[in-house]
Unconditional design. Structure first.
Length: 130
C-alpha cells in the first residue's frame, strides 16, 4: 500500500492532553515564541489528542488571544468531535477556527417544522369576557 505524501505544511504546535490550568502560561509562551520566529504563514495547532473539557477550551482561547495580540491567528486542526461540539455550544467555533481535518461536516438533514394552523386558545372561565 502506498504511503501518503508528507504534509506540506505540518502543524506548528501539537498539543497533547490532558492540559491543566498550570500548563496554560507555558503553552502561551511557546506559542508567542513560535509566532515571533515565523514572520509569515498560518500558525496551525494540532489538537487531535485533547479532550473536550473546560480547561482545554480555556487553553485554546488563551492561545488564540496570544496570537491575536501579536497580529496573527491560530487555526486548530484535527479537532475531536466532542471538543468541536463544545466549541459550537459555547459559540467559540468562529473565534477558534478549526481546519478542514476537523471532521466539520453536516450531520443529517435539517428538520422541517409544520406550521400550526387553526390553533385557538381556550378561554379560562375565570377571565372576564372581551
Amino acid at each position: 500500500m502506498p504511503r501518503p505524501p508528507p504534509e506540506s505544511n505540518p502543524p506548528a504546535l501539537c498539543l497533547e492532553g490532558p492540559i491543566t490550568r498550570e500548563d496554560i502560561p507555558a503553552l502561551c509562551e511557546r506559542a508567542r515564541a513560535l509566532i515571533e520566529d515565523r514572520a509569515v504563514g498560518p500558525i496551525t495547532c494540532d489538537v487531535g489528542a485533547l479532550d473536550g473539557g473546560a480547561v482545554t477550551v480555556d487553553a485554546l482561547s488563551r492561545l488564540q488571544l496570544t496570537a491575536l495580540r501579536l497580529g496573527r491567528r491560530i487555526r486548530f486542526d484535527d479537532v475531536p468531535p466532542e471538543l468541536l461540539e463544545l466549541l459550537r455550544l459555547l459559540g467559540l467555533d468562529e473565534v477558534l477556527p478549526c481546519g478542514p481535518a476537523s471532521g466539520l461536516e453536516p450531520r443529517g438533514q435539517a428538520e422541517e417544522l409544520e406550521q400550526a394552523r387553526g390553533v385557538q386558545e381556550e378561554r379560562d372561565p375565570g377571565d372576564p369576557a372581551p
